[in-house]
Design a protein around this ligand. Sequence first.
Ligand SMILES: *Cc1c(COP(=O)(O)O)cnc(C)c1O
Length: 411
Amino acid sequence: MRSTPAALGGPPAFAEPVALTRPTVPPPDAVADDIGAVLESGMLTNGRHVAAFESAVAAYLGVPHVVAVSNCTTGLVLLLRCLGVRGSVVLPSFTFMATGHAADWNGLDIRFADSAPRTCTVDPASVRAGMDADCGAVMAVHTFGAPCAVDELQGLCDRSGVPLVVDAAHGFGAGYPDGTMVGGKATAEVFSLSPTKTLSTGEGGLIATRDADLAAELRVAREYGNPGTYDSRFIGLNGRMTELSGLLGHAALARFPEWLERRRRLAESYVSHLAGLPGISFQEVPAGARSSYKDFTVAVDPAGFGLTRDQLAECLRRENVSTRSYFSPPLHRQTAYRRFRPTVPLTGTDTLAERRLTLPLYSHMPADVVERICAVVHTLHRHREELAARLVAGPGAAAGSRAAAGPGAAA
Ligand SMILES: *Cc1c(COP(=O)(O)O)cnc(C)c1O
């Protein structure tokens, strides 16, 4: 391809903006009757559709107990509350803010752990270094959909007698190296069903656990801590899922395996078209594991590629391709987390935050869009010297990269 990059005055590669992600949902006709019936039933929240969705998810994941909640953040807050976690909690700095927020809502002292630049998931050696005498729990994340080193982390937690709480917001559909689905390990795993995740109900969350007592406690917790006697036993929340979300989730789940396969093929297409480009590398998934590819992310090494991550993002923005710099800034550099001083080195986290770029991906994205985005990246690489000179000198380069990571980046 010889086209001129838009940043050098050419026309944008895409006439219409390519969204970073879009929720894949069942066809409206498939749910219209059920939605009508719910509206007429007078039962709008936590009823039979939520219960049916919970059972279907439990069967899909191969986990005995699934508790549906209003969103993943609430699920994490309630889970830490039900486990009675006190003291400090070790969690990755390289994650979405909700992981840390859930710990802080429980009044816990946060100890950041580092993440590995190749896997993007929390480094067990760093977790171990962060576990002090006060440690009440460890939280881990299946970052971008790739399973974290859950068995190693479980070993650390078992030795200290503390729970392992997994923020599985990105992991619905992912698989562990032993062939089981993400959701069945740790003390509990919490999924998000918000619109940017692999399965969405608009808003929603799912807590999966093998612990029957914990599941029963979580069902009370999502009802304000009221066991049904109107005498609250502890401070819960309203964490219920609505019936409309439940029925949407149930209808989506039936179609989900097909959507997931399509998503994986698109991710593989990215890899095959970008492989070999100097300075571009991919997220490593543990041997035998399967990513859900909530996000498709590349690492941009400026020495190899010839452009920095932010320069590449700015060039793609001008081609009408949306990207995000997840997770930059990482938690330990965010304003709300300033009072938690790092106790271990976070160099892997800083490298990830500086180099990782998330490219557009959603399950029903047309295959040729991936190919065209890859062709654009190749073109930008060929023009790297001119582009680097132009973007350093040009006005608006900094403003542009801010816009590329701007509003709408949430969740
Ligand atoms: C999206 C997300 C959450 C929050 O999920 P909600 O359902 O929006 O509350 C938590 N953790 C991570 C890592 C996320 O990406």
